[in-house]
Design a protein around this ligand. Sequence first.
Ligand code: PAF
Length: 285
Amino acid sequence: MERVETAEDLREWVACRRRAGERIALVPTMGNLHAGHLALVDRARTLAERVVVSVFVNPTQFSAGEDFAIYPRTPEADCAALAAQGADLAFLPTVAVMYPAGLPGAVHVEVSGALTEGLCGASRPGHFSGVATVVTKLFILVQPDVAVFGKKDYQQLAVIRAVVRELGLPVRIEGMETWRDTDGLALSSRNQYLDPAQRARAGAIHAALTEGAAALTAGERDYAVLEAQATARLVAAGFAVDYARIVRPEDLQAPTGQENRLVMLVAARLGSTRLIDNIEVKLSE
Ligand code: PAF
């Protein structure tokens, strides 16, 4: 596996692969890779001849007071894991490469409207603008045919799909199922902030989502009741709940009752650690 840090070296590598007629899959990450990221790499390898993984802790997607400074950075271990997983190129840009005009950057990609206003957008101002901006820059730099993202960050995935649609970017977006621990906790680099007692309770998020999904499948349509039940379950497990919401998968808005598919999303804190997760539900006709 090769490793580059500058836009010039990246472009040269990409141009060389393109001349050879090879397709490129991109897996954007913030590093500190776990099994979930490596599963994204595996999927990417099935979609293109070459796999590029970017590792960049993007400052503009962290709001004031969030964990940017302490976000775990493990580039050497990441590169070793990526090489073992069969990635072809690791791209580890500096802030100056991604933001040549300095922070907070001179050009921003903003997805306005309901998609970014609710859910995580309500409590993380600027977060989705930071994500949309950095992902757009990565798409321009790498020019991938396809990019693979995890579905744990469900709203992020919807925002990225909106960017691609709205800007007409020639990249296919692949969403991949969430990788989970044995108790159902979605894998996340932030899980390591949990102390043992918190970790023991963290599986309650998946349990609450599974319970909500089962009720929806069984025909329950009082979404407010299901959201309140999930919230109560999480509060009983020691969480401070940011939201538990049932919405439409395509635009993350409240259901009208006509949907065949719904998604239930949760964001909740254990101590200072904010965890998110979701479950997609196919409703019986
Ligand atoms: O999901 C992430 O790890 C990040 O939000 C992403 C997509 C790499 C952008 O920084």
